[in-house]
Design a protein around this ligand. Structure first.
Ligand code: AVJ
Length: 324
């Protein structure tokens, strides 16, 4: 059974998402232009990301799926039955069935900012697990989210796979981990657990190929945010005059994605004028990579104590279980 999605989104009268407009106008006004990566995920962006996860070069999804598949008994032992699984940014929930199968939860609460995607994936999941109540919440999980009444009294496990945390710079990542702790621990009678996926530092060529695939799907994914701005924020960005770039920043241990202007440009967004010089970029994504130590340090700063961690056979990715 699927409950109707709880909706916690902030829109103004014209239906334009205020947070999107603020982020874009502010980001394009900076010396280094930037758009936060979370705005990639409109319907098209979510579809393109699904395609990325199937690319030969993009190993994280396969590595994490391998970990989920190979450690079912260990998850069950560490987490326990009767838990409410709260997934942050559920997307298409491709990995969720593996976790639900291994731990047999009492409820599943997917939280996602993309409502249509959320409803579609919740329906699919409910069909696959008819005995698990599915309680979707359409919300921005970077702030504390009110949990549905249906999971009152159940122990809670946050599930944050995919190394999505890697999109955030450390101080924002720490804030998010603390908000998740609030979401999961507020009104609960037991300290919550968190199962979080983090991508590991590895060979530069492997990393850069994962973010600049031969078929150009990641380029389309990156450029899609410009189409979204044009459509939703009255933009006039000349999308064809931008090129996709993916660069490993070794000092900070992260992949950076940029959109580079091929020539001098001028365009409007929400009736404001912006210019770019040839070679100048809009920084669209960071994807931080972790060592076991840097991962643990981040979790501890966010109020979570690491308990156990699992890796794939090639040591590319890790799933960490932590406790509030
Ligand atoms: C969904 C944030 C985990 O950083 O690897 C994939 C997004 N960007 N290819 C990542 C992404 C370019 C992805 N995360």
């Amino acid at each position: 059974p699927v409950q109707e999605a709880l909706r916690i989104i902030d829109e103004d009268d014209s239906g334009i998402d205020r947070a999107f407009r603020n982020d874009v106008l502010q980001g394009l006004s900076q010396d280094q232009k930037a758009i936060p990566a979370r705005w990639f995920y409109d319907e098209r962006g979510s579809e393109l990301f699904e395609e990325i996860t199937k690319l030969d070069e993009y190993y994280p999804t396969r590595a994490e799926t391998e970990i989920l598949r190979n450690n079912a008994a260990a998850f069950a032992a560490a987490i326990g039955a009767g838990t409410a699984v709260v997934e942050f940014g559920s997307g298409s929930s491709a990995k969720t069935p593996l976790l639900l199968k291994s731990i047999d939860p009492a409820a599943y609460v997917p939280i996602d900012i993309s409502g249509d995607f959320l409803r579609a994936s919740s329906g699919q999941l409910a069909a696959k697990f008819p005995s698990i109540p599915v309680c979707p919440v359409e919300a921005d999980f970077t702030k504390k989210v009110t949990m549905p009444r249906a999971i009152a009294g159940m122990p809670r496990l946050g599930f944050f796979p995919g190394s999505t945390i890697g999109n955030l710079v450390p101080r924002t990542a720490v804030d998010l981990l603390r908000e998740m702790r609030e979401t999961l621990c507020d009104g609960a009678d037991r300290p919550a657990k968190l199962l979080i996926g983090m991508d590991r530092v590895k060979d530069t060529a492997v990393l850069e190929a994962a973010y600049d695939d031969a078929r150009g799907i990641t380029a389309d994914f990156n450029l899609n945010v410009l189409h979204r701005i044009n459509r939703e924020l009255e933009g006039t960005l000349p999308v064809g005059d931008f090129v996709h770039r993916a660069i490993w920043n070794d000092a900070i241990a992260r992949i950076e994605m940029h959109l580079e202007a091929r020539r001098d440009l001028a365009f409007n967004v929400c009736e404001r004028r912006f210019t770019m010089l040839k070679g100048e970029t809009i920084h669209t994504e960071n994807s931080h990579k972790y060592t076991r130590r840097s991962a643990n340090a981040l979790l501890l700063a966010g109020g979570w104590t690491p308990v156990t961690h699992w890796r794939d056979a090639q040591d590319r990715f890790m799933l960490i279980l932590a406790e509030a």
